[in-house]
Design a protein around this ligand. Structure first.
Ligand code: SF4
Length: 285
């Protein structure tokens, strides 16, 4: 399976993430990387020209980084590829580069608006919309699993933001070791603390963010919330937000509540939970 990896406006974080994939050797038995900006010694121009002139087949195009809305080369490559992957939140929704420049966008979105460089109705030559592997960066297992699914010709169900449901249908809150603190409304007293939840004061977006990273962990070892840093919600279209380490509150209630929780229910339950929280959870850190 021929794969072309192209960089645009990016910090290359997804490349670094990908290099942490534990079974790269096995993956490279199945895919042929025609070109990667950090890993290849051959000439990008030559590869691109060979693809666009029809001399080389392109099975999968991976774009890492946000794009300018008039990037014709990326547009032509996307039209040629059988499957297009927007890798990372910049390529998916625009992210930081799009915040700084109104002419910059993701491949098929600009933040929550569908369209982007390719337009809302774009389908690749095999009839698929752009697959968004959002995240800042995307988890290496997500990249590898999707490449293998394409290789095996498996169906990839996407959610309303064109992300594979297999990774983006559960919240980052699921699998967090601080869930009990969350339920009893016991907040961490400082960043880096081993105890307490980070939702009420420290801006944790776990209950508002679809991502499997707290279940599969990073390098199979850890996650942001496990080391006492809030989830920043980096897989969502509205990333990044101002004030990543604080929770906006109105009258002592978080301005944004966990997905599916009503304000009334939250006020009732959180008040009771706080009063009856088990002593063992209140131990000082
Ligand atoms: S730290 Fe974040 S992810 Fe963990 S329980 Fe609290 S709100 Fe949920």
């Amino acid at each position: 399976m021929n794969v072309l990896w192209i960089h645009r406006l990016t910090c290359c974080g997804n490349t670094h993430s990908f290099l942490n994939y534990e079974h790269l050797d096995k993956l490279f038995e199945k895919i042929k990387l025609l070109y990667h900006p950090s890993l290849s010694l051959n000439d990008e121009r030559e590869v691109v020209e060979n693809i666009l002139s029809g001399k080389l087949d392109l099975d999968v195009l991976i774009v890492e980084g946000a794009v300018y809305e008039d990037d014709l080369e990326i547009k032509r490559l996307c039209e040629t590829a059988k499957v297009v992957i927007a890798l990372g939140s910049c390529a998916s929704y625009g992210n930081v580069p799009a915040l700084l420049n109104s002419r910059v966008c993701g491949l098929q979105y600009r933040f929550k608006n569908k369209g982007g460089l390719l337009g809302a109705d774009f389908l690749s030559s095999s009839g698929k919309p752009v697959i968004n592997l959002s995240g800042c960066p995307a988890h290496p297992d997500w990249i590898a699993t999707i490449l293998l699914s394409i290789y095996n010709d498996e169906n990839i169900d996407l959610d309303q933001w064109n992300r594979p449901k297999i990774f983006y249908s559960t919240l980052a809150h699921w699998g967090c070791t601080r869930n009990e603190y969350f339920e009893w409304k016991v907040e961490a007293e400082r960043l880096g603390s081993k105890k307490g939840c980070l939702f009420y004061y420290f801006g944790c977006r776990g209950p508002l963010t679809y991502s499997s990273c707290n279940k599969i962990l990073w390098n199979s070892v850890s996650s942001k919330t496990r080391v006492g840093t809030p989830c920043f919600g980096c897989t969502e279209f509205d990333f990044p937000r101002v004030g990543l380490f604080e929770t906006k509150q109105f009258a002592n209630i978080p301005a944004e509540l966990p997905i599916g929780v009503s304000k009334r229910g939250y006020i009732m339950l959180s008040g009771i939970a706080k009063v009856f929280a088990p002593e063992r959870l209140k131990i000082e850190d």
